[in-house]
Design a binder for this molecule. Structure first.
Ligand SMILES: Cc1cc2nc3c(=O)[nH]c(=O)nc-3n(C[C@H](O)[C@H](O)[C@H](O)COP(=O)(O)OP(=O)(O)OC[C@H]3O[C@@H](n4cnc5c(N)ncnc54)[C@H](O)[C@@H]3O)c2cc1C
Length: 501
């Protein structure tokens, strides 16, 4: 047994430095709390940077917005109205600088593995690093590991997947980075394909080409259901630039099992290489591309989630619920990547017994589709509910508060939510807002000495608004434009997303 060789102490201990842990650390430190962040890798950002998910969907607000503004000033962000993109290596450094400037201490290469709980409170976390075994004592702890590692160690009840999918996680997808892509040529080809095709058969040019390659025997199967090509701001000409993509899927995942996680990584390595060969041969603009990086972090969409004081429901999302303690806004579609093979896209709706006024509703279809619903068909008399693009919901603070432990919050993709709700709200914009809220709540709890469940959610919301968060009005920018399409008719597209036409 290794002896403890170093002991640290802080008011707020943040475990995990992904996008949610980053904003949590900045918020707590800026509020004047002695804050320490423990990160098992040697850089920050998690999936946002090390997973090459370089475009933040959702409402980018508060500290997240400030991060983007700083990146943009340096020429390291592409400020698209939806999903603004960052240069991931520079993003890691910007997060580091913002944390250090705020006064947050960072310990890299530090794996949180256990904790000591006394009288319903975490006293210290135990981590392993190059120094050996270390202990970090604190007043408030924030689990930003993405996998609820700390919460599990503390004995907080956790959930995985849903009954509907028999405990399987959403399919996993490893990101990758390509250089020498002629983006101009690719976008022109995509545009011309869209003008000639109505997207009812295939979602985009790359998918259509995948089917062609399959027929020619150049692909073993269709590997990607639809691709987002994120152009990385490198300062280079768009005729020879870098892009990141997350494309290929591994199914039947158990993301809390090391053997299965290793299988996923091997599978993704193989699939990405096949996919890149396909891109070079079939897709205009990719002929000269070179695979420069496989993401150092596997693309796990979901794994364990805490059970919190409130479990954010799938229905809350569809019905655009607002909460007195709403600390993050969400305004995107459902995005449940089906856990089992066959159904090659994400599910964009939930089933409910009756129509809901704020959702786009229609009587259930495709209930017997075994690929979409592999284990149990939904009630055929139910309704399909999709989010209305003109609406938004809020995530309540109580969903970050771990049940049964007084001083633990969970943020990002391991907060307390149902399966379809996590499949949607795990996105980077929302994760960053949750992180900021957790750091701020942690500071309030340290000041008042109350348990986190007793932090006044309304006062927290007011503090976040005072700190510049857009929580007192509907989301701005891209979503405001959609809302202003007043005469538009909500329509469900072939790819299952509700849009305003
Ligand atoms: C394939 C794929 C595509 C996606 N596409 C998009 C998209 O287009 N737009 C969008 O907005 N979102 C997208 N997402 C979702 C989004 O990227 C993630 O949900 C979000 O980044 C999660 O952030 P997080 O901080 O909660 O967790 P993570 O990014 O997982 O960060 C967790 C951090 O904690 C560290 N850590 C883990 N365990 C420990 C431990 N025990 N001790 C210490 N440190 C630990 C990790 O190293 C990591 O740095 C996608 C996700 C995937 C997988």
């Amino acid at each position: 047994m290794m002896n403890t060789c170093k002991v640290f102490d802080a008011d707020v201990v943040v475990c995990g430095g992904g996008c949610a842990g980053f904003t949590a650390g900045v918020a707590a430190a800026r509020a004047g709390k002695r804050t320490i962040l423990l990160e098992l890798r040697e850089s920050l950002g998690g999936l946002f940077t090390n997973g090459y998910i370089t475009g933040a969907a959702g409402c980018v607000d508060g500290i997240g917005k400030e991060f983007y503004e700083r990146m943009n000033r340096n020429g390291d962000a592409m400020m698209n109205p939806h999903s603004p993109v960052i240069e991931p290596e520079r993003g890691k450094v910007m997060m580091e600088q913002m944390l250090l400037q705020a006064g947050c201490r960072i310990l890299y290469g530090t794996h949180v593995v256990d904790c000591v709980v006394e009288d319903g409170k975490i006293k210290k976390v135990i981590a392993y690093c190059k120094s050996g075994k270390i202990e970090v004592t604190g007043r408030v702890f924030i689990d930003a590991t993405g996998d609820a590692d700390l919460a599990m160690a503390a004995g907080v009840p956790c959930e995985v997947s849903s009954a509907e999918y028999c405990g399987l996680n959403a399919s996993a997808t490893m990101g990758f980075r390509l250089s020498y892509v002629n983006e101009t040529k690719y976008r022109e080809a995509e545009q011309s394909w869209k003008e000639k095709n109505d997207q009812t058969k295939h979602r985009n040019l790359i998918v259509a080409k995948e089917f062609e390659a399959l027929e020619n025997g150049d692909l073993p199967e269709v590997l990607s259901p639809g691709n987002i090509v994120f152009t990385i701001p490198t300062g280079r000409d768009r005729s020879s630039t870098d892009v990141t993509m997350d494309a290929t899927h591994t199914f039947d995942c158990r993301c809390d099992d090391v053997v299965d996680l290793s299988r996923q990584i091997v599978d993704q390595h193989n699939k990405v290489l096949i996919f890149v060969d396909f891109l070079k041969k079939y897709v205009p603009g990719f002929e000269e591309c070179v695979l420069t990086n496989l993401a150092p972090m596997n693309g796990v969409r979901d794994s364990r989630r805490i059970v919190g004081e409130y479990i954010f429901r799938d229905l809350d999302l569809a019905s655009a619920q607002k909460f007195e303690d709403g600390i993050a806004q969400f305004c995107e579609p459902f995005d449940t990547h089906v856990p089992t093979p066959g159904f090659h896209t994400a599910i964009r709706h939930i089933h409910y017994k009756e129509p809901v006024a704020t959702a786009i509703c229609r009587p259930a279809q495709d209930c017997d589709n075994k690929m979409m619903h592999p284990f149990v068909a939904p009630d055929p008399d139910s309704y399909e509910l999709r989010t209305d693009p003109r609406e938004y919901c809020e995530i309540p603070y109580r969903s970050l508060v771990a049940k049964g432990v007084d001083n633990l919050l969970a943020v990002g993709r391991c907060y307390s939510a149902e399966f379809h709700a996590i499949g949607a709200t795990r996105i980077i914009g929302t994760s960053m807002s949750m992180g900021q809220a957790a750091g701020t709540a942690a500071s309030m709890a340290v000041d008042s000495g109350v348990a986190l469940r007793d932090v006044d959610g309304k006062a927290l919301k007011a503090q976040l608004i005072a700190d510049g968060a857009n929580l007192d009005k509907p989301p701005e920018g891209y979503w405001q434009e959609i809302r202003e399409k007043k005469d538009g008719v909500p329509t469900v597209l072939a790819n299952d997303i509700a849009v305003i036409l």
